[in-house]
Design a protein around this ligand. Structure first.
Ligand code: NAD
Length: 259
């Protein structure tokens, strides 16, 4: 379905981004991987994608830097010929009460979880508009629609990302470019494993008990969504069937938001 299309997935060396990169590659898209990690591991991930019969390149752009992001989109265009799909996925977390929230963590979360998407979109949109087709997928969160304590920067950034999604959807509404947000609940990735480990250490729980408590507090299904399921959602948003889904914030949250 996506043969001949090129997808840039930020933060795709791990977790949800990697799941989305793999699903887009399975659907035929060439992939630019981005994110941190040991070079041998990243080369192996690119090698796995190439086995799907697509091209895969890596760019180490730091999503907190606008110049890196512009260079990444230029690199993808040069190496793979075009950029048709962008998935703004890179994200970090930090938890603390608002009055104790470290200023540098606030700045980093706003930069990586929100401003990076703006920089990716402004760099990639002109060529999508020129060709009359594009897909912009922003990985927000249930925390783009509701809040939790101790996540001031993350909740502010994820709400902001949904606002940005709506504006871009309006500005592209009569074109073949769509822009949507996906709002996952809990997905068991390194980002969430750290929160489980912190809870286990703080409250003297086993990892299993901490995992059950985390899900029990918020996610009625008591089950994690998976990077593979999110990958399939991204593939669907790239399909013709999804061409009139515009400016939406689509949850995959085990009924978190139904409460
Ligand atoms: P993760 O920690 O497994 O992966 C994050 C990725 O982002 C990694 O590839 C990392 O190298 C990359 N990254 C971090 N900082 C970067 C930077 N400055 N520049 C470039 N890349 C950077 O996390 P995840 O759980 O897969 O999260 C992915 C996205 O999904 C995030 O935006 C997160 O907020 C969102 N999300 C996650 C969950 C969840 O439960 N895991 C729920 C809702 C939303």
């Amino acid at each position: 379905m996506l043969k001949g299309k090129v997808a840039v997935v930020t933060g795709s060396t791990s977790g949800i981004g990697l799941g989305i990169a793999r699903a887009l590659a399975s659907a035929g898209a060439d992939i630019l991987l981005n994110g941190f990690g040991p070079r041998e591991q990243i080369d192996a991930l690119c090698g796995d994608l190439v086995k799907e019969g697509v091209r895969a390149v890596y760019n180490p752009a730091d999503m907190s830097r606008a110049d890196d992001i512009e260079a990444m989109i230029a690199f993808a265009t040069r190496e793979l010929g075009r950029v048709d799909i962008v998935v703004n996925n890179a994200g970090i977390q930090h938890t603390a009460p608002v009055e104790e929230f470290p200023v540098d963590r606030w700045d980093a979360i706003i930069a990586i979880n929100l401003s990076a998407a703006f920089h990716v979109i402004r760099a990639a949109l002109p060529q999508m508009k020129a060709r009359g087709w594009g897909r912009i997928i922003n990985i927000s969160s249930v925390h783009g629609l509701v809040a939790s304590s101790n996540k001031a920067a993350y909740v502010a950034a994820k709400h902001g990302l949904i606002g940005l999604t709506k504006v871009v959807a309006l500005e592209t509404a009569t074109s073949g470019v769509t822009c949507n947000a996906i709002c996952p609940g809990w997905v068991l990735t390194p980002l969430v494993q750290k929160q489980i480990d912190d809870m286990a250490a703080r409250d003297k729980l086993t990892a299993e008990q901490a995992r059950a408590r985390l899900l029990g507090e918020k996610q009625p299904s008591q089950a994690f969504a998976t990077p593979e399921q999110l990958g399939q959602m991204a593939v669907f948003l790239c399909s013709d069937a999804a061409s009139q889904i515009r400016g939406a914030a689509l949850p995959m949250d085990g009924a978190w938001l139904a409460q």
